[in-house]
Write a protein that binds this ligand. Sequence first.
Ligand code: GLA
Length: 389
Amino acid sequence: MKDKSTLVKKFEKVYGDITGVRVFFAPGRVNLIGEHTDYNGGHVFPCALTLGTYAVVKKRKDRKLRFYSVNFSKLGILESSLDELTPCKEDGWLNYPKGVMWAVEQKGYKIPCGIDLMVFGDIPSGSGLSSSASIEIVTGVILNALFGFGISNQDLALIGQYAEHNFNGVNCGIMDQFAIAMGKKDCAIFLDTADLSYEYAPVKLKDAKIIISSSNKRRGLSSSKYNERREECEMALSEIQAGMGINTLGDLDEALFEQVKMAIRDEDRRKRAKHAVYENQRTIKAVHALKNNDIELFGKLMNESHISLRDDYEVTGEELDTLVQEAWKVDGVIGSRMTGAGFGGCTVSIVKNNMVDEFIKRVGTAYKEKIGYSAKFYVVEIGSGPFEL
Ligand code: GLA
């Protein structure tokens, strides 16, 4: 399903007519380190994957929108219209493309006609590899290509985030959309979310691979918990700001935080802020380590990141903790941590080539024994940003 002609044939089966169809791709992403720092003015270090969302699209003559997902084929063709760009729970995945169309219009662009859209994704859904942001970015890229809006990829990322906040009600940071829109093959993006300055850092793992382990745990309450963490950090920041002029938690290093932390009156909130500050510093150190080819140190910082997400930020849970703890026991594991928002989803591990099979076997068996259902493993490659096929 990943080559153009198979996708177009499928589109023909679904919609009949293929005159003028175009095919696009946007990746998923995995964050190597820098978790829950992107709405705290800190750094992140994500990369785009070769897994992602393929979209086949054709302009219509009227204002109708038709959507079809190969992944949710049972739903059939779903219809909407440019005059109905409002969020609706029952719409499921449609809220992502519709949200971006709405956001683009909010920014002053006029979408002149409807589209027929078919998507196919090979990102495991609900795994925390940003399948939704991938759909958002592919939608933005499509609107640009079909209607000549000329929106930069960086602005498409901001539009995707705007849609998440104002259409889908998730107060996410900019990491996912940015990593996807700005991805570069074999590189991770060292992004300072305080001002969106960024740098590409080649990920040279020599004799190791990146393995994603999906917990297969449904991320039920994740968006409300996510918003709650964000609020806790905002409150901690305002408590610190009462005595000191900083803009974000990312402005603090560890020593400064230790000096001012008692301004945060609640212990849980202090722990959340501590994670945000320390994780940001860890991310900066990790990128230095990678640049110095010190993969061992990079891995150690990944492990510390997990511990902080588990103990201070409290977003891991038994499933992710089991995956990581079992990973740490396997020889040849350089580093392992949860990635993404948490509360389910997946972990990212850097594993020596010759131990990959062993890793999957041992972590998989231990996980099934303890949790009662299976995890799934993906050996992934770092891919580019969005493109037209
Ligand atoms: C989700 C959000 C991101 C980021 C991560 C946690 O993926 O969409 O903006 O906050 O969680 O690092």
